[in-house]
Design a protein around this ligand. Structure first.
Ligand code: SAM
Length: 284
């Protein structure tokens, strides 16, 4: 049928035809299992009226699934041969659908404009840059209301971690600035070519209906970075450089109602916002 997805044989044939050897530096692990694609698409909850942005379409495994579920889409790919091949793959596998997809040859981390306005992000992200790409997309494209991404399983856990847990950190808090985050499944290694060493995880994001604060995001993110740069230090110590002095860090934390002896890993995004707000009122 025309709704066929790409399996192991098709992926290898495409790679051979293009003379492609998947590269680690670009995080190229291609999904060769149609059932995994169906599972990602079902978990992504794409409605038929949506415009989806996919980062890193690769040879098009997930792209075809997205195209079947969405109104239209944009695919942002950094690797020229892959970006160039994709329209031909779409034309062959989904004749008549070519106009529903734009392929953008670009580094997703640097992309500032897209030819369509996406309401969702669905991607099997390149592992080495998964978190910065994800945060960039949420920051750059406020139209993205929800997302479903596949990342390394431990990164998935970290993104969805709650305050107080060992793996809670910068990605968890920053992702929480943009969205409600939840882990949405684990994917084994054998559904990829080449097979990665570690399992993958699915993470779902629902963008917050309202910004949590009117302060510039950068002000809040700078505090998050400082608090976790030295995880083992108390907040008072960790924030002293950022605040100008340990004494000011202490008074800012007190003004925010936060115990200066705590460590950053105990604070949620709302606490970091309180600190940023206090910094606006407590003189340097
Ligand atoms: N979506 C395909 C799949 O599931 O089979 C490929 C996923 S593969 C894990 C990651 C893809 O992201 C590769 O196609 C790679 O070339 C691309 N990529 C890597 N870094 C990128 C970047 N900074 N911007 C856009 N695409 C990137």
């Amino acid at each position: 049928t025309t709704q066929d997805l790409l399996g192991a044989q098709e992926i290898r044939e495409l790679a051979d035809m293009l003379g492609i050897r998947p590269t680690k530096t670009l995080g190229q692990n291609f999904v060769i299992d149609p059932n995994t694609i169906r599972r990602i698409i079902a978990t992504a909850k794409i409605s038929p009226d949506e415009t989806v942005v996919e980062v890193g379409p690769g040879l098009g495994s997930l792209t075809l699934g997205i195209l079947d579920a969405a109104k239209d889409m944009v695919a942002v790919e950094i690797d020229p041969p892959l970006a160039e091949q994709l329209p031909a793959t779409i034309a062959k596998m989904r004749p008549g659908s070519e106009a529903r997809i734009d392929v953008v040859l670009s580094d997703a981390m640097k992309v500032t404009e897209l030819p369509r306005t996406p309401s969702a992000l669905v991607a099997n992200l390149p592992y080495n840059v998964a978190v910065p790409v994800l945060l960039h997309m949420f920051a750059q494209f406020p139209s993205i209301e929800h997302a479903l991404v596949m990342v390394q399983d431990e990164v998935a856990d970290r993104l969805a971690a709650k305050p107080g847990s060992k793996i809670y950190g910068v990605p968890s808090v920053k992702a929480n600035w943009f969205a409600e985050v939840s882990k949405a499944g684990v994917i084994g290694t054998n559904v990829f070519w080449p097979a990665p060493k570690i399992k993958s995880g699915l993470v779902a994001f629902e963008r917050r209906a309202q910004l949590l604060s009117d302060l510039p995001r950068q002000e809040i993110f700078a505090i998050i970075d400082a608090a976790f740069a030295q995880r083992r230090k108390t907040l008072r110590a960790a924030l002293s450089t950022w605040a100008g002095s340990g004494a000011r860090a202490g008074s800012l934390l007190e003004a925010a109602g936060i115990d200066p002896q705590l460590r950053g890993e105990k604070l949620d995004i709302h606490d970091f916002i309180k600190i940023a707000e206090a910094a606006r009122t407590v003189p340097a």
